[in-house]
Design a protein around this ligand. Structure first.
Ligand code: NAP
Length: 304
């Protein structure tokens, strides 16, 4: 079952699960996919009813619910109290309800979280971050996502997979890649932040990874899954220009201070793939290769 099926990640999950043979899926897989208009995760009674209905007619094999729903407007959550309340309801409270519903019917839960929950390493160290590294969420979105993780662990201690990812872009909805493609047409030069480091992740690759995790017998845990390697937003913007056949020198580096945003962004959120490998799972492809593949599959990404 996929919840939040209309989002960037949800769309790719459903596309893969709905295609027999995709992502190694046996053709017998049955998938229930619910968009926000079909299931509002903040309606606890509706969540319980949907999960019970799903398991009332169980298919073969393991039952896994993937939660791809989230309130992701991170800046709006800082400036608009209503948005902050929605962020808390969707990102903190709803995952606990989903986890309790899974416990009731004996399903496992794959819950997607974020690099934003992590804090800086002691002493300013810079190495890829592990799930056990210190958390220090800054901002409403980050705090709500960490609270969601905690509720999932509490309600479903032996059957949860919490997967933190980062810097997502997909075929659906607004994202950084699409914005850079648009700006390449609107501006001669543009300044892009070069002091935030992370792991750009194509939703198609993450969807493949989550499906592999759901099919595995990996124990309940918190794991990191993001595109391989690391770059900065400046590096990603240059790569988008390269894919467009535009001159990457038109992208100039700037620092975070010259580009203030309402929600704080982590300066270092490069995610290690060690926890993913330790479950016997294939790490996600290197971010630069993934961008090329994503553009090949979804040329409209470069239309902005
Ligand atoms: N985007 C990133 O860079 C990023 C980075 C790290 C982690 N993540 C995490 O990755 C996951 C997937 O993110 P994404 O980029 O695919 O986000 P997305 O495109 O914003 O998709 C989220 C989906 O959740 C739906 N949703 C919102 N409120 C809901 C509700 N009350 N009930 C049911 N569905 C609801 C949204 O519907 P509407 O569109 O109708 O609101 C949307 O379809 C999230 O857990 C996110 O926190 C994202």
């Amino acid at each position: 079952m996929v919840i939040g099926a209309g989002g960037a990640l949800g769309t790719d999950l459903v596309a893969r699960l709905g295609t027999p043979g995709a992502s190694g899926a046996p053709p017998t897989d049955s998938v229930t996919a619910l968009t926000r208009s079909e299931l509002d995760v903040t309606d606890a009674e509706a969540v319980r009813a949907a999960v019970r209905a799903w398991r009332a007619a169980p298919g073969e094999g393991a039952a896994v619910l993937v939660n791809a729903s989230a309130f992701t407007a991170v800046d709006l959550a800082e400036t608009d109290p209503d948005a902050a309340a929605r962020a808390w309801a969707v990102n903190a409270e709803a995952p606990g309800v989903l986890a309790a519903a899974c416990a009731e019917v004996g399903a496992r839960l794959v819950h997607v979280s974020t690099d934003y929950v992590l804090g800086p390493l002691p002493g300013g160290e810079r190495r890829p971050l592990e799930p056990g590294d210190p958390t220090a969420p800054e901002g409403v979105y980050a705090r709500s996502k960490l609270a969601g993780e905690e509720r999932v662990r509490a309600a479903l201690p032996d059957a949860h997979h919490i997967v933190r990812t980062a810097w997502l872009y997909g075929a659906t909805g607004p994202n950084f890649v699409r914005t850079m493609a648009r700006l390449s047409r609107e501006r001669d030069v543009l300044d892009v932040v070069d002091d935030q480091h992370g792991s750009p992740t194509w939703t198609g690759d993450l969807a493949d990874g989550l499906i592999a995790l759901a099919r595995s017998s990996a124990p309940a845990s918190t794991r990191h899954a993001a595109g391989g390697g690391a770059t900065t937003w400046w590096g990603l913007a240059r790569a988008v220009f390269e894919e467009l056949g535009a001159d990457p020198e038109r992208v100039r580096p700037c620092d975070t201070a010259s580009f203030p945003r309402p929600a704080p962004r982590p300066a270092w959120s490069v995610l290690s793939d060690a926890s993913w490998r330790s479950a016997g799972l294939e790490p996600l492809p290197p971010w630069r290769d993934a961008l090329r593949t994503a553009v090949r599959h979804h040329p409209a990404l470069l239309l902005g």
